[in-house]
Ligand binder design. Structure first.
Ligand SMILES: Cc1cc2nc3c(=O)[nH]c(=O)nc-3n(C[C@H](O)[C@H](O)[C@H](O)COP(=O)(O)OP(=O)(O)OC[C@H]3O[C@@H](n4cnc5c(N)ncnc54)[C@H](O)[C@@H]3O)c2cc1C
Length: 467
């Protein structure tokens, strides 16, 4: 008779359900000897590269943010837990997460941290209230509310200065996100909305793209940067380079130009697409290991993506610093797959794989419908061909058949037609969010915890305590 398998499974805790966390978890499927607990602060996996399309009414939030639980439903060795990780104890090997006041402690044998990065305001966090970034579904919906709302306010006002302020949109940061946002706002104003209003001509709206750097899309090189700039300008976007934002308030922003002069731009709607800062969990990891942080707060990992002095902790994606790799989806995907492969070799008693090597598949950014720039290997191209490639690649990476179908439909509505399928905005998106942001922590709602909810400290494979 075969002997029953009695070894306790190897407990892997994964933090984050973004590209790193999800692909890392999936890479551990079909391992009966491994039990994965994925902890994330949202219930969805977010496809960040298409957030700008949610913000500008092309796609719904569901299309780019499928449920993590649903994606992993068939992966029997994986469990999903909702919660924001607030504490890490690398000696005790525990991860503490919280949601609405409820704390959960998960114990691991191996930890994979893929908590990504947030927006950086370069020390001016107060700008966030008037210039939201674009990192989450909440951000995209708030921006959708602000952008479509600005046209509504412009329609209502009779004061020309106020109308101009509502019809001036400023995007800060001329990287891919800023370029895509500026292009889409310009298309909204010049194409989608042009017949919808009576008191205003939406085509008079100004869209300004600002950056302190001297070039649009610096990571794509001069040629593609210039192509993107000239395409944006043809669409009516005003591109202002060498302009550093030094102040943001509810009615506008102040910029400092290269020659040191200051200028104020009256604008009700500002979008922040400049600068990233690694998750605050990076600081916790560095404090408990020999790892250092780089200037963007990312953790400097060893070539096998583990923390110096903590071989059981992998850090991948946007919060990892290694060989100056960029914060892009493929770095997170390939890094987490490598970490899973490295772990599997360890569990099987095999030799560790060669150090992590990133394979650059190229990068691309859309500017408008039918126009994009792409850089693949040594090839650089722009225009329609790049846009078709962009379309195909993004469809491949959208998770789930139903999301691919609805996304294609919504793209047809927006790119072949003139419409936008997702123009719904609610007061909750802006007003309630700002109220919640300003609430003192003690006033925030918590889950009622009844005595029977308390689970005593558990031992064994899925050691987890809540309360
Ligand atoms: C607007 C935008 C456009 C982009 N466009 C492109 C593009 O076109 N091409 C490209 O390659 N890349 C693009 N990127 C970058 C790409 O999305 C990231 O490089 C990638 O998402 C990084 O993956 P990650 O797993 O490291 O982090 P993320 O995907 O950000 O995932 C982080 C996860 O951690 C969770 N989390 C964070 N903190 C905690 C915590 N304390 N507790 C629990 N969970 C936590 C988050 O909820 C999330 O699930 C874009 C990014 C943005 C914001």
């Amino acid at each position: 008779m075969e002997e029953a398998h009695t070894m306790a499974p190897h407990r892997v805790v994964v933090i984050g359900s973004g590209f790193g966390g999800l692909f890392g978890t999936q890479a551990l499927r079909r391992r009966d000897d491994v039990e994965v607990t994925l902890v994330a602060k949202t219930t969805h996996h977010l496809f960040q590269p298409l957030l700008y399309q949610v913000a500008t009414g092309i796609l719904s939030e569901g299309e780019i943010a499928p449920s993590t639980r649903e994606i992993l439903a068939r992966q029997k060795n994986a469990r999903v837990i909702l919660g924001t990780v607030t504490e890490l104890d690398l000696d005790a090997r525990t991860v503490t997460s919280e949601v609405l006041g409820r704390r959960t402690v998960s114990t691991y044998d191996t930890l994979l941290v893929a908590a990504g990065a947030g927006q950086s305001y370069f020390g001016n966090d107060h700008f966030a209230e008037y210039a939201p970034g674009m990192k989450s579904i909440d951000d995209a919906l708030e921006l959708r509310g602000r952008i479509f709302g600005a046209f509504e306010w412009a329609e209502l006002t009779t004061a020309p200065a106020e109308r101009d302020r509502y019809l001036t949109f400023v995007v800060v940061g001329a990287g891919p996100t800023g370029v895509e946002m500026a292009g889409q706002i310009a298309e909204l104003a010049h194409r989608t909305l042009r017949r919808d209003f009576r008191a205003i001509d939406t085509r008079t709206a100004r869209v300004i793209l600002l950056d302190a750097a001297p070039q649009v899309l610096p990571s794509f090189g001069d040629r593609l940067g210039d192509a993107a700039r000239s395409r944006l300008e043809k669409m009516g976007v005003e591109v202002e380079l060498g302009a550093k934002v030094v102040g943001v308030d509810s009615t506008g922003l102040e910029i400092e130009k290269g020659d040191g002069t200051h200028q104020r731009i009256e604008s009700a709607t500002k979008v922040w697409a400049a600068g990233v800062q690694a998750s605050e969990l990076a600081t916790l990891l560095a404090a408990q290991s020999e790892a250092e942080l780089d200037r963007a707060g990312r953790v400097k990992v060893l070539p096998d993506l583990t923390l110096p002095g903590r071989p059981e902790v992998y850090v991948v994606g946007d919060m990892m610093a290694l060989d100056n790799l960029p914060g892009v989806a493929q770095v997170a995907i390939q890094g987490s797959r490598y970490a899973a492969k490295h772990l599997k070799a360890r569990l099987d008693g095999k030799q560790a794989p060669e150090p992590f090597r990133y394979f650059d598949k190229g990068s691309m950014a859309t500017i408008s419908r039918f126009s994009a720039v792409a850089s693949i290997g040594k090839a650089r191209f722009s225009g329609f061909a790049a846009w078709v490639l962009w379309l195909a690649i993004h469809l491949v990476y959208i998770i789930g058949f139903k999301h691919r179908v609805t996304t294609l439909l919504h793209w047809a509505v927006s790119f072949i037609g003139r419409g936008r399928s997702e123009r719904t905005v609610t007061a909750q998106q802006i007003i309630a969010r700002n109220i919640i942001r300003k609430m003192p922590p003690e006033d925030l709602p918590t889950l009622p915890v009844v005595a029977s909810d308390h689970v005593p400290a558990a031992d064994g494979p899925s050691a987890e305590r809540t309360g």
